[in-house]
Design a protein around this ligand. Sequence first.
Ligand code: BGC
Length: 462
Amino acid sequence: MSFPHDFTWGVASSSYQIEGAHDVDGRTPSIWDQFSRQPGKTFEGHTGDVACDHYHRWAEDVELMRQHGVQGYRFSLAWPRLLPDGTGAPNEKGLAFYDRLIDGLLAAGITPWVTLYHWDLPLSLHRRGGFLNREIVDWFADYAALVAQRYGDRVKHWMTFNEPQCTIGLGYQEGLHAPGWKLPFADCLAGAHHLLLAHGRAVQALRAGCRGPVKISIAQTSRERIPASAAAADIEAARRDYFSCTDRAMWNLSWWADAVVFGRYPEEGLQAFAADLPEIRAGDMALIAQPIDFLAYNCYSGWFVRAGANGTVEKVPGGFGPGNARGTLPWLQVAPDAAYWAARFQTERYPGLPFVFTENGVCNTDHVLLDGTVPDPQRIDFLARYLAAIRRAGAEGVPLGGYFYWSVLDNFEWSEGYKDRFGLVHVDYRTQRRTPKASFAWYRDTIRAHGANLPVLPPQTP
Ligand code: BGC
């Protein structure tokens, strides 16, 4: 029982969460610069102005990754660094930064996996309506063409968007993330449609502009369902619930993924949302359904579901029991089988594509002890449990492509600021000193062993 020989062991990050240098070398503000400056929007008013200062310390960070032995590094490009007005004239200094980073990674033997958009929309484009303006399809396509032309000789792994569910759900519907809008559902569906069209055009631009074959996807997320038992009825209930599309929220995985893979919105959603549907022009769905090369998925937690009476589906009340292990963010229940079922359900529904965990991780309040170490046994345990569940999926035939731990460094956790630490490497934000945590060594050894050190665990039950 082991991982495929070409499985990529990686770590992940995103531009606004680590780079800092918010006004350096021609970068202009993004929606997160604006949002985090508004009182009450982030924990204690934290911003990404400095973050991990990765913009200046990237070489040290790449060296840490080299020492670690990680094979892939997923990071995102800051659109406002590359195109300060969002469109038009590129910023050479911004472009040169990612040249340095990509070259440094390749020299360290690390494959870059690049996300085009991880939530830092140029403010200038937000002022023109952001995702509500259908012109974003052209803006994003031009941005994708620029980066393909610049980095496409060296970068072969691409993701267009990170978690569209959060971009529109948290940003446009719930108002918890930038730009902090609380829009009617119809506007959210319109923004979602434009985002998906932009994804399709970006896939085309990347294929056209990169040299040689490339692997492209869009990193999705959702709310994972774990069957309460191995009974067929519970498995079916969990599957149905996972792909159901009736909630007037943006977390419906199938609304996004069916569109991308099948070129159609799920029938259930089309009926449930009939009164709020966006304008879908001829050719739109075919554009959205550009072939992709892998399923990219960010997986953190989940909950138990079982078959109820008369064909209904029930969330198991109090599923994990009181006091279940979790990260410092309450939603982050330790639910390793969420990863098993996400991979299995998705590769069954969307067959023929390898499944890559583009994010998985846990946050805590890790700190540097007086002896200079950062022990983080909970994170090691979390990793062992999730990786064991992922390996089980692989052993049962799920095609696995890779795993990227979120995150390589502690970083700016959006509205939670710097209080929750996800990193394998501790960052002291006053000094910018990096200290690898115990999990850094554990994950390094696990990569060396190609997972042979992982425990064999029984399925999780309520
Ligand atoms: C996001 C990351 C975030 C992580 C932990 C994911 O939703 O892509 O940017 O830091 O979850 O909350």
